[in-house]
Design a protein around this ligand. Structure first.
Ligand code: GLU
Length: 508
């Protein structure tokens, strides 16, 4: 495949939804695979929806995922500026071209007049009002008013928009790489606004003008843009650029975990899972980063939301994804957002990392939880727990007893297993452990096994007692390794304290 030029074109209207990250990823993969360019274009012409901080969020999110653009507002490039608000003059020029060629017209209808037209259509039992060939002559525009009146209104400073003129009776069709041939009847399409009263273009005009002038070869974006594409095709035609039209690939929707309906930003809050790459405090949204995910796992998970390699392989580094990715393997049907699968991916990446590699990733979660410790100790704890966690905060949650005293303990198991008449034996074990010189898992195990044999006790009678005394729970990593990391003093002390508490539980 020839080198492509693809773009990720988000509007800075808030946090970037995880579906947007998937769009960026697929664009990135195709650019890398073909030795092409991945362009970031900020589509900020809708000033009413503009949100401060959203652009930097987008950049940070892409950077976190390892999807840095090759051209964009920050990187620069041959086809800039890459922020649409800095390209006003370009859109003005092309709007004029549409007007001059009768492909567009001025419309002076006020918001009130449009509301009135909508209510009248509803009252007449029509589905909804459509500004189109059927209704435009009843509205106030340059087609219904004529050239002289139009000139007069414009000179008087009357606010206007520019609408695309779409004639009925023909089919607009295009071929989509994912969906195949897609057709719309032109009478279904409305005369969309191209240029707003504030002198800024709408998404449709700016998007087409920029895709062409930035020499975009492939438009890869979410399925929600499929119906806009009909207007885009008409725009390419109106400009006489049909031969330069990019290829389109519309990605399948990302569905709720239940598989029913589109994943929404509120689903994250409702279900307590991130649906954004990074947290966005303004709206109290949680992010994969803050939930303790490795970005490589997030990327790997997202790659599979709508694409598959056609093999059984599930773990792919970004480079491997670049290698394996093709537009042909993108599915048509919606992809279910399965959070458990995301966690499974994260677990695989945690297991693939050494404790040394995990340390810098996990440490911030300990720091945030107020755990004060040394890297050495943390490394040991990470090494012990890495097979038992799925996200980084699990390390903190499952390791509290390594950094402070045992507070709560599993009483039920103690009621069942602790026999006060055996306390003397367990004290003997405590003493024996106090005499172990080589405080490592192997010798500790030997000492405990020797104790069990001498006293005719099985693992089931001894280990739960030791575990609860040391950590409060019977769950956790290997008991001997846990003892090694806790250290001799702590273990000997906790056993004594534990026995006292166990007696009290039995007595109570
Ligand atoms: N600005 C649009 C968005 O926010 C871009 C859609 C497209 O890629 O054409 O997603």
């Amino acid at each position: 495949m020839l080198p492509v030029r693809v773009r990720f074109a988000p509007s800075p209207t808030g946090a970037l939804h995880i579906g947007g990250v998937r769009t960026a990823l697929y664009n990135y993969l195709l650019a890398k695979k073909t030795g092409g360019s991945f362009v970031l274009r900020i589509e900020d012409t809708d000033q009413k929806r503009y949100v401060e901080g959203a652009e930097s969020y987008i950049r940070e999110a892409l950077n976190w995922c390892g999807l840095d653009p090759m051209e964009g507002p920050e990187q620069g490039g041959e086809y800039g500026p890459y922020r649409q608000s800095e390209r006003r003059d370009i859109y003005q020029k092309y709007t004029q071209q549409l007007l001059d060629n009768d492909k567009a017209y001025y419309a002076f209808d006020t918001p009130e007049e449009l509301t009135e037209a909508r209510s009248a259509a509803e009252a007449a039992g029509k589905h909804s009002f459509k500004y189109d060939a059927g209704s435009r002559m009843q509205m106030r525009n340059s087609l219904s008013l004529g050239a002289a009146k139009t000139k007069e209104l414009i000179e008087a400073g009357t606010p206007y928009v520019v609408r695309l003129r779409i004639e009925p009776g023909h089919t607009v069709s295009f071929s989509d790489i994912v969906r195949g041939q897609v057709s719309f009847a032109s009478e279904e399409l409305d005369d969309k606004v191209m240029m707003k009263a504030d002198g800024l273009p709408t998404y449709h005009l700016a998007n087409i003008v920029d895709d062409r002038s930035m020499k975009i070869t492939h438009v890869i974006r979410g399925e929600e843009w499929l119906s806009s594409t009909a207007h885009h095709v008409l725009l390419y035609r109106a400009f006489g650029w049909e031969d330069e039209m990019p290829a389109f690939a519309h990605l399948p929707l990302i569905l709720k975990p239940t598989g029913k309906g589109k994943l929404s930003k509120r689903d994250g809050q409702k279900l307590g899972m991130p649906v954004f790459p990074l947290a966005w405090e303004a709206e109290d949204l949680i992010g994969f980063r803050e939930a303790g995910f490795d970005p490589r796992a997030v990327v790997n998970f997202l790659a599979f939301l709508g694409w598959n390699p056609g093999t059984e392989q599930e773990i792919f580094s970004l480079d491997e994804l670049v290698e394996a990715f093709t537009l042909d393997n993108i599915g048509k049907s919606g992809a279910r957002f399965d959070y458990d699968k995301a966690k499974w991916y994260n677990q695989q990446y945690i297991l693939a990392d050494s404790p040394e590699e995990l340390l810098p990733k996990v440490k911030p979660f300990f720091v945030r939880a107020g755990v004060d410790t040394t890297d050495d100790h943390l490394l040991k704890v990470i090494g012990l727990l890495r097979e038992r966690v799925t996200v980084y905060p699990d390390f903190v949650e499952q390791s509290q007893y390594f950094f402070g005293p045992v507070t709560e303990l599993e009483e039920k198991i103690i009621r069942k297993k602790w026999k006060p008449e055996q306390r003397a034996k367990f004290e003997q074990l405590q003493n024996q452990l106090g005499q172990v010189d080589d405080w490592t898992a192997g010798p500790l195990k030997e000492a405990i096994v020797a104790f069990m044999e001498a006293n005719e006790l099985g693992f089931g009678a001894v280990l739960p007692i030791l575990r609860v005394a040391m950590s409060g729970t019977t769950k956790g990593p290997d008991a001997f390794a846990m003892m090694e990391v806790l250290g001799k003093d702590a273990v000997v002390k906790r056993l004594g304290e534990g026995y006292d508490r166990f007696d009290a539980i039995k007595a109570g």
